[in-house]
Design a protein around this ligand. Structure first.
Ligand code: NAD
Ligand code: LMR
Length: 388
């Protein structure tokens, strides 16, 4: 295998020798597991084992590590910091930034960072083909964010059409790409994306993801703080969907194993579910989570790229087509990521739930189902309207 310069971003501060079994899959610099130092959050320099610090060259564990990533909505609140984090990834060789406005200055600015990814900017519908052509992963944070008092579903009327049109372009110009949908309401925009891809004959359920990583990131942070645990060692699966009560952290499955009182479970669950609203209210009309979301999206991007690159240890919670809950065609749970996207949907964490978790799971089913159906109906009805 050819030697490759590897600058590894760390999105956790897992002590390299002590990663959780199914832990944060991507940014914990595991090829440097002989390092005794802690992997600090999001290092800005190449992470190298001390013994190799002079040459800064290590042998890659898998693959060639060279992928093209397109970000649609790249000039927005999430898009900009996400683009920066993607520019820092050693697995990204080309970074295509698309937005309907303001993409030029972002591209000029980012292209001055001395990391390998080549940055190019694209704006206007006619530029989408060039932006998407050959993309391995397309990340979509395009769309409007919430203001105080709104639910995520209130964004449907604007964002449904944005996601539909962008995914149609992905089907035309990057049909084999992994598609990461960030735009809310994720519970509905992912089914919208699936329907559009189906209509275009480009649907592969292994390649379509709703990005729910922010729920996991928050759950890990809040549980670590509450229990006094090293944050990078904490791994809480968050299942269901990405809105209010459809967000279900499985605290009984958290690692390391921790004891929670009933009150703690209820408080933590409520905090994790309401965390998006907490940020929306703090921003007081100026949008929703952007920095933590960019961090979460970059973690999920890096996980996907490591999967594409042939690493065999990549697990993340994400909202995908699945049968783990038979009445819900889309459900967020832990999946194994590989060379073709989802390699396996792991439903095992839904077994042996506490009474509280089992009740909450039952409670979320009709809510999530309604959001899924709304997304599917949107595409089907618009298709019928277009034919009539
Ligand atoms: N999945 C999650 O966990 C999560 C977390 C936070 C925010 N979000 C969602 O992400 C979306 C974006 O949030 P934000 O804070 O970045 O908003 P923002 O308004 O700051 O940025 C959105 C960007 O999308 C662009 N855009 C709009 N229509 C477009 C189109 N047709 N093609 C390309 N670009 C287009 C805008 O020009 C803007 O630059 C919102 O829907 C928000 O609710 C999701
Ligand atoms: O809360 C929002 O509207 C944005 C996002 O879904 C979040 O969880 O922060």
């Amino acid at each position: 295998m050819a030697a490759a310069a590897i600058a590894t971003l760390s999105f956790s501060s897992v002590p390299c020798k002590k990663r959780p079994r199914h832990g944060a899959s991507s940014f914990d610099a595991q090829q440097f597991s002989n390092s005794s130092s802690y992997c600090h959050s999001l290092t800005l320099r190449p992470r190298v084992p001390r013994s190799r610090a002079v040459s800064r060259v290590v042998v890659a564990q898998a693959g060639s590590g060279s992928y093209k990533v397109a970000i649609l909505g790249a000039a927005g609140g999430i898009g900009q910091p996400l683009s920066l984090l993607a520019k820092m990834s050693p697995l990204v060789s080309a970074l295509h930034l698309y937005d309907i406005a303001n993409v030029e200055p972002v591209t000029a600015d980012l292209s001055h960072c001395n990391t390998p990814a080549q940055v190019a900017g694209f704006t206007g519908k006619d530029a989408l083909a060039g932006c998407l052509s050959g993309a391995d992963v397309v990340v979509i944070p395009a769309g409007v964010p919430r203001k105080p008092g709104m639910t995520r579903d209130d964004l449907f009327s604007v964002n449904a059409g944005i996601v539909r049109d962008l995914v149609a372009a992905v089907a035309d110009h990057a049909p084999g790409a992994l598609v990461h949908v960030i735009s809310n309401p994720v519970n509905s925009t992912v089914p919208i994306a699936a329907e559009v891809l189906k209509q275009k004959g480009a649907y592969d359920p292994r390649r379509l993801f709703g990005v729910t990583t922010l729920g996991v990131v928050r759950a890990n942070a809040f549980v670590a703080a509450r229990k006094g645990l090293p944050v990078a060692e904490v791994d809480v699966p968050v299942v269901g969907g990405h809105a209010a009560a459809t967000i279900l952290p499985l605290l009984s499955k958290a690692r390391p194993k921790a004891a929670f009182t009933d009150e703690e479970v209820e408080e933590l669950t409520a905090r994790i579910r309401d965390a998006g609203t907490e940020v929306v209210e703090a921003k007081a009309g100026a949008g929703s989570a952007t920095l933590s979301m960019a961090y979460a999206a970059a973690r999920f991007l890096e996980a996907s790229l490591r999967g594409l690159d042939g690493h065999d240890d990549v697990y993340e919670c994400t909202y995908v087509q699945s049968q783990v809950v038979p009445e819900l065609p889309f459900f967020a749970c832990r999946v194994k990521l590989g060379r073709d996207g989802v390699e396996e949907v792991l439903g095992s964490e839904l077994r042996g739930l506490t009474d509280y978790e089992a009740r909450e799971l039952e409670d979320l089913k009709p809510k999530l189902k309604a959001s899924i159906d709304k997304g599917i109906a949107y595409v089907q009805q618009n298709q019928e309207a277009a034919l009539n």
